[in-house]
Design a protein around this ligand. Structure first.
Ligand SMILES: Nc1ncnc2c1ncn2[C@@H]1O[C@H](COP(=O)(O)OP(=O)(O)O)[C@@H](O)[C@H]1O
Ligand SMILES: [Mg+2]
Length: 236
């Protein structure tokens, strides 16, 4: 479903030029759970922005479900994003004084889902993300970090994406809470067949993936099956 051929991304020019990606090629099949790991500054977020259709490469090709999306306009990219991709970021970018339910229905409002479907679909996503129902009418600034990240996961699910991209989603969580969030991704991947791309600098976090791609200085160093995969799925 995802195929990248020789992706390069250069920021700035002349003295200021940074080659964040120097020629990256790989593919990811439907239903995979892949971690992309590398030190700070290695190009992970740059790669995720391209994979997530938030940005385009300087050169190279990116095929998403068979379509070359590397040269689409901003409007076309926005359509691809809202129909195919869910995002979860490190910073808890929810609206703070707004209810959980409202935070989760908003992306559907933007993508034109009929009014009557908003709450049922949000409820299904919140259940899939494992947030207890007695928290759904709380404001998001009344929740713990782990609960907030579950809301973010629910929100990433509501438009029924084929892939979820998560950039350091456990970066602001303690390790126990982080494991619960990673287990949530594993369950979505296993039970709902959602493709997961998890970006992290932390080797321990990457252990939850079935495949690990190592990136350094804008290049892939290694791409391997994770033989020591850790199962973090929790019973609900
Ligand atoms: N918008 C930008 N403008 C200029 N340089 C950038 C920009 N975004 C990232 N970079 C540079 O590109 C390199 C890769 O950054 P990034 O993809 O954010 O790495 P990572 O997410 O692995 O920490 C870094 O050297 C960073 O400073
Ligand atoms: Mg980053």
């Amino acid at each position: 479903m995802i195929e990248c051929k020789n992706l390069k991304k250069t920021y700035g020019s002349g003295e200021e030029e940074t080659q964040a990606l120097k020629g990256v090629s790989f593919s990811i099949e439907d239903g995979e759970f892949v971690a992309i790991i590398g030190p700070s500054g290695s190009g992970k977020s740059t790669l995720m922005h391209i994979l997530g259709c938030l940005d385009t490469p300087t050169s190279g090709q990116y095929f998403l479900d068979g379509r070359d999306v590397s040269k689409l306009s901003d409007d076309q990219l926005a359509d691809v994003r809202s129909s195919k991709i869910g995002f979860v970021f490190q910073a808890f970018n929810l609206l703070p004084r707004t209810t959980v339910m409202r935070n989760v229905t908003l992306p559907m409002v933007y993508s034109g889902v009929p009014e009557a479907e908003l709450e049922p679909r949000a409820a299904a996503a919140l259940r899939s993300a494992g947030l207890p129902e007695n928290r759904w009418m709380h404001k998001s600034n009344q929740l713990s970090g782990g609960q907030i990240q579950r809301v973010a996961i629910a929100r990433s699910l509501v438009n029924d994406p084929s892939v979820i991209m998560a950039d350091e989603p456990t970066g602001n969580l303690d390790s126990r809470t982080g494991e619960i969030v990673l287990g949530t991704f594993q369950r979505l991947n296993k039970e709902h067949k959602v493709t997961i791309i998890l970006i992290t600098h932390d080797p321990e976090t990457a252990q939850c993936a079935e495949r690990i791609i190592f990136i350094k200085d804008g290049l892939i160093l290694e791409d391997k099956k994770n033989e020591d995969r850790k199962n973090l799925i929790q019973e609900l």
